[in-house]
Design a protein around this ligand. Structure first.
Ligand SMILES: Nc1nc2c(ncn2[C@@H]2O[C@H](COP(=O)(O)OP(=O)(O)OP(=O)(O)O)[C@@H](O)[C@H]2O)c(=O)[nH]1
Ligand SMILES: [Mg+2]
Length: 266
């Protein structure tokens, strides 16, 4: 059994930073994870890249050779990945053992997890390879200070949830930037009633019916709750990691990989 996190979320929500902080945290706690770059446009990495989509295809080449812009180019790269998925994953996964833990750092284009099937097919392949996979959706905490932004963040998360059909964990990133924690607290686990009244206050009366439907939708999918993540705090990273581990049953049926302690290491 392998384990995997698929780290998704809007552009700039902090996915790559999360992956590198998670990697460092695991180094410190002597646990082994492998971070995979699935972003054909990425250039700099703060983590050692275990597998890299750019070895299959890079955005720069696609833009130059096909004359595409950055977004069209990225979609082309992901379609190319989809076409070559079986061979690429088959070859790359050969380097990993049965109980390895992979973290996939995905691109930020929202279409990837709302419209096109590439990530879903990717996940299906991982599942066939006996991986337990969890979607980790990052939303910038700056979205949480306004109810209308919060609702749109929830809708994007929901469409990823529906499209991927995976255990799904929502993370509120960049908590260090939130000066007043009370501003976001009410959105971590909101009640439909509170959401509705906040929405109605923000919007013109003709939206009342739509607001009611949206608030109920968020409530019905009670999985739309968020875990705050403050990367300055190891305890916060550990909490998020344990939560995700629990979702993918890591540690329950695996030989948990702890690095041998080497006093020379530090
Ligand atoms: N203050 C603060 N800044 C952060 C945090 N996480 C990410 N950032 C900043 O937010 C910006 C985007 O972070 P990335 O990690 O590149 O975001 P991403 O989701 O990987 O972005 P794309 O791959 O382009 O979609 C960078 O300037 C980061 O330094 C955080 O926890 N706190
Ligand atoms: Mg990134």
């Amino acid at each position: 059994m392998g384990y995997a996190q698929l780290v998704i979320g809007p552009a700039g929500s902090g996915k790559s930073t999360y992956c590198s902080s998670l990697y460092q945290h695991c180094e410190t706690t002597r646990r082994t994870i492998h971070v995979v770059n699935l972003d054909p446009a990425a250039e700099n990495f703060d983590y050692p890249v275990a597998m890299d989509i750019r070895e299959l295809i890079s955005l720069d080449d696609v833009m130059e050779e096909l004359g595409l812009g950055p977004n069209g180019g990225l979609m082309y790269c992901m379609e190319h990945l989809e076409e070559n998925l079986d061979d690429w994953l088959e070859e790359e996964l050969e380097n990993y053992l049965d109980d390895d833990y992979l973290v996939f750092d995905c691109p930020g284009q929202i279409e990837l997890f709302t419209h096109v099937p590439v990530l879903r097919n990717f996940v299906e392949h991982l599942k066939r390879k006996n991986f337990n996979v969890c979607a980790v959706y990052l939303l910038d905490s700056q979205f949480m200070t306004d109810v209308t932004k919060y609702i749109s963040g929830c809708m994007a998360s929901l469409s990823a949830m529906i499209q991927l059909e995976l255990p799904h964990v929502n993370i509120l990133s960049k908590m260090d930037l939130v000066a007043n924690k009370k501003d976001v607290e009410e959105y971590l686990n909101p009640e439909a009633r509170v959401l509705l009244s906040a929405l109605n206050q923000h919007m013109a009366p003709q939206f009342a019916k739509l607001n009611k439907a949206l608030a109920e939708l968020v409530d019905d999918y009670s999985m739309v709750s968020f875990i705050p993540l403050d990367l300055r705090k190891e305890s916060s990273i550990q909490y998020v990691l344990s939560y995700i581990d629990n979702c993918i049953q890591y540690g329950e049926d695996a030989d948990v990989k702890i690095k041998d302690f080497d006093p020379e290491d530090d």
